[in-house]
Design a protein. Sequence first.
Length: 297
Amino acid sequence: MTANLPEALGRASEAWFRQPILAALAAEGHNTEWYYTNPTTAGDLRLMMGGVQPDTGRNVNGLRNAVSLLLETRGAGLGHLHLARRVHSQVVAMATVLRQAARHADDLQALQAAADAEVQAAACKGRAVVLAQGTPMRREMLMLDPETGADKPIDVAWESALQLRVQTERARPCGYWLAAGQTAAGDKLRALGVTVQRLADAGPLQTEAWVETARGEVDRPDVRGIVSDGYRTILRLTVDLRAESADAPAGSWYVPLDQPLANLVIAALEPDSQNSFVANRVIDRLDAARRVTARPG
């Protein structure tokens, strides 16, 4: 799960896909469990479900109002050991996804249309989550006894991605303004399918500016701790909001939130998220973007 995901998508994913996949795998003799991994920090014994940040295909496609699944086959580091079992489990799961998608084809189209309308109608009202994490809890996991090889239930610290802890949320704006020079940001948004409007004429906007109160530079983290792919550092900002009128020059950009991909826009343009365009230096200045709190005239 990721923040701002329409609830109906999660319910459909569970009923139309995950439960049928579990049943099909069980019928073929395969065991299943929620995906989880462990942090890379020595001494950290937590088990972490999949990440809740909008930085995976699964979560990004959810914010595109689609049912999106991640299927992992147990066996990392095993080479070709038990390869037939591992491939067969994927075939069973994929075939079930295809059957269920065909069975619910009309339902899926209706679901996406309803989610699109819900997200589009939410502009200028309510709240939007900017930062969220999984919820820590205890859970019993079935492990193997290292001496006997027998099944052994163990109580573990578990970080659940099914329940989110909201760290930062804000009033949902009507849209975002981008300075004329932020063409890279506009291009990336359009590549995702987002509507980005170029302002033909100058005009006033009611806005909120982000005011930086703290800044750091960190390696990009994920549920394991630090991503180990050599990716460059990101900016970690702490910001406050300051309401102010602004004169938007001709040639600058407006990104409305009364569109189906609004939640994806929020993930990209609120600067204090680790996945934002500011954090990842796509937008090169904090003052090159603003929250727009009233629809342009």
